[in-house]
Design a protein around this ligand. Structure first.
Ligand code: GAP
Length: 512
């Protein structure tokens, strides 16, 4: 199956099993806004918990925060979002559709990359076992031609974006002969800047009400509380403040399911350090965050670092941790060395000092900041897409399986009486009572046992416990494991310990 079809199946599966629904679907939905269903909310909460434990509870010098979404409008002037949080947009005059100019070019570059992959496929078929991919990529004239084009367009795009050269960006779109996917024409408007923040009014009388913004990142709630937390928590530098919360962006390119949303959640941590030590801490957090991802056990080949060529105005180093989504490697988390930009700006705009007195050096300074910022919804999509497997079984059967890390699975154990009579449901509920205080469980007595196993596979439940007539006599149950489908008879008294040892958050965190 190609990756596009696979992705379609994942989206359909997410809806069918109650993970993700289109927002306001009965009114035909809203683009790039999604609701999390009964399974989705559990998976999401488990991801949040895994991040919070790793970042806050495992670090003596990191504490949490839950700042309001509404903030004083001056916050966004100080942070630079009012002036510079823009996307370059271009409209097609025939279809009247609006696009992000840089995304049109990125799509063009992906298509060129696909051409190279097709050439490699052809080469592999032609040369069979003697095919040497690295050599082929270095010497094949078709590949070299396309590569040259990719390098040139990438360089020109990067220059145009760095220099805010919107006419240059438009010219590049024309030179690459990019057509509108809807009208098929090259009838483009000029490129314009479009601010991504949503605004609304606060106050009862609309004429006098202040224009305020829905926060486009959670980070600013941390910056404006830097001294509150430092003083009330008697924190010493280096220390961090972590927060999970909603952010809002009026994204124009709304596609790829929950990858790019207008309302989404971020898990961010700002780490305040002594000026001059920021690169050391930047490297520390780069490695630490990658270890967190790897501890979930999806495989190192799914992740890679991407260092930024174009640094944001506030950063002196930045990289992304990219994940291999079904539509290619894309940003999952950003790690930024934000210098003292934000605190200095808030100092300027608020007129209040944002400094720390360092008892070790006997001086006051505005701390530098290393930020780790990961999208919760993107992590959700990463988990879902890596876990989704369509598996052929013996005897021509098949099953759809979510091979989620056990620590994140929405349901950890399903308790299934073999039949709905003879006292088996009562016994099953006794087993459920042994487990439900420590883990998410589900009780299911409908349909054949095979169908029930399939339903649990499809939502990623690591363990099923079956209660049969023999259980009433010997207090033994069948424990079925999701991935291997192996079944084992074990005493009821051992179940709790067995499952806890596999789903323990501590066990996963220790592998970091
Ligand atoms: N405070 C820094 C910041 O917001 P960012 O790279 O714009 O940096 C951080 O966003 C992370 O938030 C991204 O790596 C991504 O995972 C997530 N994110 C950003 N925009 C998003 C969107 N429209 N939909 C879903 N997730 C998004």
């Amino acid at each position: 199956m190609n990756q596009e079809d696979l992705f379609k199946n994942i989206i359909a599966h997410a809806k069918e099993y109650g993970f993700v629904f289109q927002s306001s679907e009965i009114y035909d939905g809203m683009s790039a806004v999604y609701d999390y269903g009964q399974m989705g909310v559990e998976l999401k909460n488990n991801i949040k918990r895994y991040w919070w434990e790793a970042m806050v509870h495992l670090h003596e010098n990191i504490v949490g925060l839950d700042a309001a979404i509404f903030m004083h409008p001056k916050v966004w002037e100080a942070s630079g979002h009012v002036g510079a949080f823009n996307d370059p947009l271009i409209d097609n005059k025939d279809s009247k559709k609006r696009y992000r100019a840089d995304v049109l070019l990125e799509d063009y570059l992906s298509k060129q990359q696909e051409k190279i992959e097709k050439e490699v496929e052809k080469g592999r078929k032609r040369f069979g076992d003697t095919f040497h991919e690295a050599q082929f990529l270095k010497t094949n004239p078709n590949v070299l031609r396309v590569k040259e084009k990719i390098d040139l367009v990438t360089q020109k795009m990067s220059d145009a974006l760095n220099q805010n050269d919107w006419e240059g960006l438009r010219q590049l779109i024309l030179d690459c002969e990019i057509v509108c996917p809807v009208s098929g024409s090259r009838n483009w408007t000029e490129v314009r800047q479009f601010n991504l923040m949503f605004s609304t009014k606060m106050g009862s009388v609309s004429d006098e009400a202040d224009q305020i913004y829905l926060r486009p990142e959670t980070a600013q709630g941390i910056f404006v509380n830097f001294l509150n937390v430092q003083k009330s928590g008697r924190m010493k530098i280096p220390f961090g403040i972590a927060q999970i919360g909603k952010a809002f962006r009026n994204e124009i390119v709304a596609r790829q399911f929950i990858f790019r949303m207008r309302e989404f959640e971020q898990m961010e941590m700002q780490f305040f350090v002594r000026p001059g030590t920021e690169m050391e801490w930047y490297n520390h957090w780069k490695e630490a965050r990658l270890r967190w991802h790897l501890s979930l056990g999806l495989g190192a080949d799914r992740y890679r670092f991407h260092d930024h060529d174009k640094l944001a105005h506030y950063a002196n180093a930045a990289c992304d941790i990219e994940f291999a989504f079904p539509f290619g490697f894309k940003e999952l988390e950003g790690i930024h060395s934000r210098t003292d930009f934000d605190l200095t700006q808030h100092q300027k705009y608020s007129g209040r000092k944002q400094q720390f007195f360092d008892p070790e050096t006997n001086e006051s300074y505005v701390p530098y900041v290393i930020e780790t910022s990961i999208g919760l919804d993107r992590t959700f999509l990463a988990m879902l897409s890596a876990a989704y497997i369509e598996e052929a079984l013996e005897g021509g059967e098949s099953r759809v399986l979510l091979k989620l890390p056990a620590v994140l699975a929405p349901i950890k154990a399903a308790v299934l009486p073999l039949v709905k009579k003879d006292g088996l449901p009562q016994k099953a509920r006794e087993v459920l009572d042994l487990l439900k205080f420590d883990m998410q469980t589900q009780y299911d007595e409908k349909d054949s046992i095979g169908k029930r196993y399939r339903r649990q596979d499809a939502i990623g439940t690591p363990y099923c416990i079956t209660i049969d007539h023999q259980t009433l006599e010997d207090n033994m149950v069948t424990l079925r494991e999701r991935d291997s489908m192996t079944q084992e008879r074990i005493p009821i008294a051992d179940i709790h310990g067995r499952i806890m040892s596999k789903i323990s958050i501590g066990k996963y965190l220790k592998s970091m």
